[in-house]
Ligand binder design. Sequence first.
Ligand SMILES: [Mg+2]
Length: 163
Amino acid sequence: MRTLHHWRWRAEPIDGGEAVVFDLDGVLSDATERQHLLDDRRPGRWQRFFAEAGNDSLIEELARLTELIDPAMVLVLLTARPTTIRDITVEWLERHGLRWDLLVMRPEGDYMPSPDAKRMAVHELRNHGFDLRLAIDDDRRNVDMFHREGIPCIYIHSGYYEA
Ligand SMILES: [Mg+2]
């Protein structure tokens, strides 16, 4: 099996190889404008927060960095966003003309903390033959997780954090 239901390939699935992992929120996508929606503790705050993701602005510095990644390397976008906003997310990626190969989202109904969800995703990627050479994330907990998994990870300061 070359793909999973919470994976979306931009084109034809790729059978493993070297890969680099970019986070979305706080790395490529600037979520600060919707951060305040998480302050509202009423039920549905996460849905309201995610529903606005299509309006995020692009973080230009990191977008430029994606252009410098060796085309032979698989560019994985690994996000704690749920698959329920996949269409919004893919539309946003295409609108900004970003290069990416594989979008890995949080499976619907999975409420694990972000580092746990991403650790599982790392294991799935490895089980599919991907050698994760580098990760880029703005959440210290995720940076620590990547390091524990033996994956070098660049920390990006965003001021934005998932709960
Ligand atoms: Mg993030």
